[in-house]
Design a protein around this ligand. Structure first.
Ligand code: HEC
Ligand code: HEC
Ligand code: HEC
Ligand code: HEC
Ligand code: HEC
Ligand code: HEC
Ligand code: HEC
Length: 442
């Protein structure tokens, strides 16, 4: 069966190339911090409902082949329970009190452009708004409709008007606990006129309904169907359509072998990498709708890997060039095609900031017994074992993304965890210094 919405994507493929150029100035913030507890609330809300794995009343926006993540709960409860704490699950959501991270209370709800121009984040009876003022006279007002970014590092917001999505001028920067000028927006002038292309939804949602696409001069103008978004990156975004799988297992509850779903262990290593690289190889021009990608498909059939500026191994990109960085690392190159993202990441679990757990993964290959352990002699092995990551995969400023934050004279740099696993002398010095300080205080 053909999904009407998937079909409508086609013209967008061309749009994405233009977008990739325009997006160079369009980057978001970084650095990790603790997670949003509101997701627990969501979890409770979701679990308080009853699920039987039966056909849902409202069909999935993506078509009959899709069952929707909530259908999976009845048989994959443990996975679902931890999955809703991940960045993937929450990377796009309707903007509400609980999903928008920043403050709506004075004085923390203002972003100043200069002495007379400001944007105030206001909670009114009809919702959440960004309101632009000139000398305290209201100039423009737009609603927070969608929040992009789970809130690990940054959130940016979309409003809906004339069948389009536009980005709001003020974003939220988690590490600074502050509202900030949206990336690529002018610092002196309030703008509400930047349309958000479907490309953003391609990596940050599981489906968006597009109603029209046309060329306006050299750029693409897209129109969307209102409220037609499958938020977050859900189970079927990674595993492919699963309605048949659900129907079969509902009818055959004793069957223990997975039917009508791609078994990940049957894929080769490149196919496993491609599942993640679809969204983790930076913003590249697309050949096909990313929403149609299924496990086993080839990345090179979906993305033009050679057109436009190539993300280099040394370039850090907020939109994640983890694929290029990791596959340039010696660990990957010298382990005979056995390593992929799942060597270190469980995509169903939020393992953020657990450096010891990640270090255990390193030591599954690099251990003291087989003499492949760290050759650094300045610290005792017991100390090294606590955190391989900050020395060999340091969080580095990406260089090309900065945001202007209230109270900071210069832009705040964007930090990202490099996936080029190698030796970083400067970062090592910092870690050694930090450990020495800690020892002093013991
Ligand atoms: C009625 C029960 C049932 C429902 C509902 C169900 N599954 Fe499954 N699923 C199974 C069984 C049984 C297996 C095989 C045992 C296992 O791996 O847990 C399985 C296995 C899987 C696998 C493993 C494939 C592999 O790599 O081995 C995936 C992926 C999967 N299901 C996805 C989903 C998704 C996505 C949904 C919701 C859209 C879903 N399932 C809903 C019963 C179900
Ligand atoms: C090719 C896929 C891709 C596209 C296209 C894309 N993003 Fe992202 N985006 C990502 C990935 C991956 C991350 C997480 C990067 C990381 O932490 O390493 C991210 C991070 C973000 C974040 C920060 C979330 C957080 O807390 O870490 C925001 C906000 C964001 N993107 C907004 C956008 C907007 C707006 C667009 C469209 C202009 C867009 N993205 C287009 C893949 C994409
Ligand atoms: C970001 C992509 C991604 C998302 C989202 C995702 N999975 Fe998976 N899933 C994977 C990968 C990759 C594997 C294989 C893991 C491995 O090889 O260790 C996997 C394995 C599985 C398996 C079989 C192995 C196991 O852990 O039992 C099941 C069942 C499964 N997923 C169900 C789900 C369900 C249900 C959801 C949604 C609640 C979901 N997945 C969401 C990527 C994803
Ligand atoms: C459909 C696009 C897409 C796919 C496919 C995808 N990711 Fe992501 N991933 C994202 C986006 C967007 C973010 C940023 C989430 C946020 O807002 O915090 C992200 C964030 C992450 C993070 C950090 C988030 C956290 O919770 O700490 C990890 C780790 C990650 N992805 C690993 C993977 C792996 C491994 C795979 C393949 C199994 C994969 N991703 C597949 C889009 C994707
Ligand atoms: C699947 C096994 C495996 C895992 C897991 C693994 N590595 Fe490696 N790593 C290797 C191999 C093989 C080499 C190449 C050794 C050689 O021949 O020099 C290597 C090389 C390295 C090097 C030398 C790189 C260079 O540029 O000289 C460092 C540093 C390193 N690994 C650190 C790590 C860290 C830190 C982790 C965890 C985040 C990790 N490795 C996880 C297999 C692995
Ligand atoms: C050798 C282990 C290892 C492998 C393999 C690996 N990662 Fe990571 N990844 C890490 C560690 C460690 C972190 C840092 C986690 C943290 O800070 O909480 C991380 C963080 C991330 C983040 C968050 C980035 C940020 O700056 O917050 C994303 C996204 C991600 N990985 C995606 C991927 C993808 C996609 C792949 C496969 C192409 C991959 N990783 C392969 C170890 C690995
Ligand atoms: C304090 C920083 C630091 C920590 C922590 C650390 N390393 Fe290292 N590692 C280094 C440096 C620096 C080198 C290069 C050798 C030197 O300068 O002494 C190195 C060398 C290595 C090498 C050999 C690289 C080569 O050239 O062949 C491997 C493998 C490695 N480390 C793995 C690990 C693993 C695994 C862990 C965690 C158990 C770890 N390292 C913890 C700083 C660190």
């Amino acid at each position: 069966m053909v999904e009407p919405i998937l079909e409508e994507w086609k013209p967008v493929v061309f749009a994405s190339f233009f977008f990739s150029i325009f997006s160079a100035s369009f980057r978001i913030m970084n650095k990790r911090l603790l997670y949003v507890c509101c997701m627990l609330v969501t979890a409770v809300a979701v679990f308080s409902r009853c699920f039987h794995g039966e056909a849902k009343e409202t069909p999935d926006l993506r078509g009959e082949q899709f069952a929707g993540a909530e259908t999976c709960i009845s048989c994959h409860k443990d996975i679902y329970k931890t999955f809703i704490t991940t960045g993937h699950y929450a990377t796009s959501r309707p903007a509400t009190d609980s999903t928008v991270q920043g403050s709506f209370a004075a004085p923390g709800n203002v972003f100043y452009y200069n002495d007379s121009v400001k944007v105030v984040m206001e909670k009114r009876d009809s919702g959440l708004f960004q309101v632009a003022y000139h000398k305290d006279r209201q100039q423009q007002i737009h609603r927070f409709d969608i929040a992009f970014g789970s809130g690990r590092k940054a959130q940016t917001y979309l409003y809906w008007q004339d069948n389009k999505y536009f980005q709001l001028p003020v974003s939220y920067l988690v590490p600074a606990h502050s509202w900030a000028n949206s990336p690529g927006f002018p610092a002196t002038q309030v703008r509400f006129d930047r349309p958000i292309p479907s490309t953003c939804f391609g990596c940050h949602s599981s489906m968006v309904g597009i109603s029209d696409t046309k060329m306006v001069g050299l750029s693409i103008s897209e129109e969307f169907e209102k409220n037609k978004v499958v938020y977050g990156i859900d189970c079927e975004r990674c595993h492919g359509p699963a309605a048949k799988h659900v129907d079969f297992h509902v009818e055959h509850p004793l069957e223990k072998k997975a039917m009508f779903i791609t078994t990940i262990s049957s894929l080769n290593n490149q196919q496993k990498l491609d599942m993640c690289a679809l969204c983790h190889s930076g913003i590249r021009p697309a050949q096909k709708s990313p929403f149609t990608f299924k496990p086993g498909n080839r990345l090179s059939d979906y993305i033009f890997m050679d057109i436009g500026p190539a993300p280099k191994a040394t370039t850090l990109d907020v939109h994640g060039t983890q694929y290029q960085l990791f596959t340039s690392s010696k660990c990957f190159l010298k382990s005979n095609g056995t390593m992929n993202c799942s060597t270190c990441h469980n995509p169903h679990v939020n393992e953020r900031n657990d450096m010891q757990a990640f270090s255990q993964k390193c030591m599954s290959c690099h251990n003291t017994d087989n003499h492949t352990f760290c050759t650094m002699k300045a610290l005792a092995p017991a100390l090294l074992k606590k955190n391989c990551i900050d020395c060999h995969m340091p969080a580095l400023p990406s260089g090309n993304i900065t945001l202007l934050v209230n109270g900071h004279d210069s832009p705040v740099p964007d930090y990202i965890r490099t996936h080029l696993i190698t030796t970083y002398q400067e970062e090592t010095q910092k870690v050694v210094e930090m450990l020495k300080q800690q020892q002093k205080h013991l």
